[in-house]
Design a protein around this ligand. Sequence first.
Ligand code: PMV
Length: 328
Amino acid sequence: MTKTRVTARAHTNIALIKYWGKRDTELFLPMNSSLSLTLDEFYTDTTVSLIEGNSDQFVLNGELQEIKEINKISQFIDLFRKVAGHQSAIKVESTNHVPTAAGLASSASAFAALGTALNELFELNFDQTTLSTFVRQGSGSATRSIFGGFVEWQMGTKSDGSDSCANKIDNADWNIAMLTIPVNTGKKEISSREGMKLTVETSPFYPAWVEQAGKDLITIKEAISQRDFIRLGEITEANGMKMHGTMLGATPPFSYWEPLTVKVLQRIREIRGLGLPCYYTMDAGPNVKVICQANQADQIKQLLDDTFPNNPTIISGVGRDAYILSAE
Ligand code: PMV
């Protein structure tokens, strides 16, 4: 190994066809394939360096992390150490450039940046698709953050997860933008991991979700290949709502929605009625994301900010692939 210190950057992504539910919780194998848009506005920078001793260190946003967090990172680094045949301890320094005010999860960009940096440090030379199968084992949504643009995460069929990987399907360089309307940026009560588990195990709507997600994926890929923004938006909106529907069927039922969430969704439908195509989606939290056409993003933001002055909308363009910032 010739390198001692590598820094990588990965952007976060928002799913248009959601990943919801695992068939293997150890390997993070999903029940359905998903499709996302990578965002340029939100990203994580991670530096990995070789250190003396036998325990890893983890500094997040300038703060030394507790043992529980370090263990999680160490397990992830082990995946790479194993292939590299290396024992060295690693210091991980990570900075999330995801404004806390956005209320977006950063695990996707975090594990994608860490995996990209480790691939370079250990000189593993994994191609991006292979790398995506590794970062998947840190956080499912990280699989998609290896690539920019519109990205598909194919669920795969192999039990070892080697074919559960991401691929870029389109650069999304055709006037696409995404807005984030922060509703509540506090820590959520039910993590995506817990929410998925409860839904898979108890919701009678879950089998219908898996079936629908498969169909939605086929149609959204058609819409993308035809650059049909309206169809893309309609499928995105419907798919996200179906995912949230599965949670109402769980025992006990749960929901990530808050009263303001409903008002924001209503306002977006009104704005659409004004002739500005824009479509919402939501993840495991109350915040709303809206896909729109980049040349109308400012106008839509203005309308939303006028209605919700305390929750300013953040505009994001399309993000690029994860990449190395420096290596020495
Ligand atoms: O991999 P996680 O734990 O970040 O789960 C992601 C789940 C959703 O955000 C709800 C959907 C998705 O595909 O990103």
